[in-house]
Design a protein around this ligand. Structure first.
Ligand SMILES: Nc1ncnc2c1ncn2[C@@H]1O[C@H](COP(=O)(O)OP(=O)(O)OP(=O)(O)O)[C@@H](O)[C@H]1O
Ligand SMILES: [Mg+2]
Length: 355
């Protein structure tokens, strides 16, 4: 019985190194036996050495060297605010009556990119390719399987306590679905003011009210909207409320997860213009996620194309549009409607063959 249990346990163990957000050592079982590893997959000795290097500047010098040796397009002019390296997010696939983990779905598979201060990186790709999962993983809303995210030289996955609270203030998200992301039971004043209360930034009621109203006003909403409920607003107005909430903590970086995909074309333009104005005013950096190449072209100077969990191509807007290298990028661009009715465009269909 004991050996059967042991067999079951070893069968159920995920083959991947489990992420250990606390930074404590955990055990990994492989063919050669059981090993103690830390959250980066290092053994006890390597873990100690890494801690030593981190304390003595090894990590920062390596990061600077890597940035200097990869002066890709916009990164030349922008200091990296966010660096993502080898990010992987695998979801367990459970089967059978006992719902055992038999495999993993690779939603994000070895994704790396960096975003400079005041820069917008466009992440474009078909539905289900893992764009939202990238955004959620780097904000720690989904647990990463592997990889590192560094925000202002700080390891996001290792942060805890006050460091994590500070990171949460600086990194915000505007969700894909404006209706689903706002609590229908809360008034707009509570929705927008909640982050300010949680982070203890405002304690005085009248000051809170003033902050909420001025945020709403800045996002093109009437001040009186504060007393109403989300269902009383249109999709575009709800997205403005979502943006006001994301801005409440004065973040430096916002993941804009398809902020316009649920809106009609005229409202899309208003919301995009609002985001661009706010970026100029507050010096914000965006990871702008969309499946619409036309929107991405308008908003972003640097574009990363994602396909089946991987970034297949990254470059400046001009490079990607004028000379797309990957077949999938070519097919995405050929799907953008041509405004001139006299011009015809050859539609390229990518069958998912060679990556
Ligand atoms: N919590 C989860 N558990 C299991 N699988 C998930 C989970 N979240 C996402 N997935 C899967 O990961 C893949 C990527 O999902 P994701 O939401 O990141 O796609 P997306 O590129 O944002 O798509 P869309 O453009 O439609 O929003 C999908 O196949 C989805 O089914
Ligand atoms: Mg999505």
């Amino acid at each position: 019985m004991r050996s059967l249990n042991r067999m079951r346990r070893s069968k159920n163990r995920p083959k991947l190194a489990r992420v250990n957000p606390s930074g404590r050592m955990i055990r990994r079982v492989s063919l050669s036996g059981s090993h103690r590893i830390d959250r980066y997959g290092y053994g006890p000795l390597s873990s100690l050495l890494r801690a030593f290097w981190l304390r003595n500047g090894y990590h920062t010098t390596m990061t600077q060297a890597a940035t200097a040796s990869e002066p890709t397009t916009e990164a030349k002019t922008h200091k990296p605010l966010l660096e993502v390296k080898g990010l992987k997010t695998y979801f367990p696939i459970r089967t059978g009556l006992l719902q055992r983990v038999t495999d993993h779905f690779k939603a994000v598979d070895d994704v790396s990119f960096s975003i400079g201060e005041g820069e917008t990186l466009g992440l474009v790709g078909e539905s289900g390719c893992g764009k939202t999962t990238v955004g959620r993983t780097l904000l720690r809303l989904v647990q990463a399987t592997a990889g590192t995210v560094t925000f202002e030289d700080q390891d996001v996955f290792a942060a805890s306590g006050s460091e994590l609270q500070q990171l949460r203030r600086n990194m915000q998200i505007v969700f894909q679905d404006p209706a689903g992301s706002l609590n229908p039971r809360m008034r707009i004043a509570s929705i927008v003011g909640e982050p300010l209360i949680i982070h203890g930034l405002v304690t005085d009621k009248s000051e809170l009210r003033e902050r909420v109203e001025s945020l709403l006003e800045r996002c093109g909403m009437p001040r009186a909207a504060a007393d109403r409920y989300p269902h009383e607003f249109s999709g575009g107005q709800r997205q403005r409320i979502g943006i006001a909430r994301a801005l409440a903590l004065e973040p430096k970086f916002i993941v804009c997860d398809e902020p316009t995909s649920a809106l009609d074309v005229s409202i899309q333009a208003q919301v995009i213009n609002l985001l661009m104005d706010l970026q100029e005013e507050f010096g914000l950096s965006y990871l702008f996620i969309s499946h619409d190449m036309a929107v991405i072209q308008h908003v972003c100077k640097r574009i990363a194309v994602m396909y089946k969990g991987k970034i297949v191509e990254e470059g400046s807007r001009e490079d990607i549009i004028k000379s797309p290298q990957h077949k999938y990028t070519q097919s995405l661009l050929s799907a953008v409607p041509e405004p001139n009715p006299r011009k015809t465009k050859q539609r390229i269909v990518f069958d998912g063959g060679a990556m």
